[in-house]
Design a protein around this ligand. Sequence first.
Ligand code: AMP
Ligand code: ZN
Length: 136
Amino acid sequence: MCIFCKIIEGEIPSTTIYEDDVVKCILDLSQAGVGHTLVIPKKHYANVLEIDSDTFGYAMKIAQKIAKALKKTFNCDGVNILNNCGEAAGQTVFHLHIHVIPRFFNDTVDVKWVDNSSKFDPKNFEELKNKIVANL
Ligand code: AMP
Ligand code: ZN
């Protein structure tokens, strides 16, 4: 059983913010920012590519609910709602979860990427778009 399945079963302790039949929301042990919460579907899905869209949609709805509660609680300047899908994307626990992280100006949270706009000619976007659209 994976670590989040064990948390959901109550075999590993966690601090639950919210729970219903579909999801359990717990405080992340690493607390990237104070209040950092994980929204975890109770059923095991490895990642976003495996979960059904209804359950993922519901989990995102709860992530929004958590984000609003964090805003109210900490009066943060912003919130990141994010998911790491796959090891290359930074996923370390392979049971889907959504991070909800309160953000403040000048905090220490780092979810940045570099601006590559100088390397990509927007003239090629049509071709790029067509490749993606073919797989929708
Ligand atoms: P990710 O890298 O997106 O897979 O995120 C995994 C997250 O799970 C990390 O932020 C960890 O701090 C968190 N985590 C791992 N084990 C536990 C645990 N037992 N309780 C709460 N959070 C955990
Ligand atoms: Zn699991």
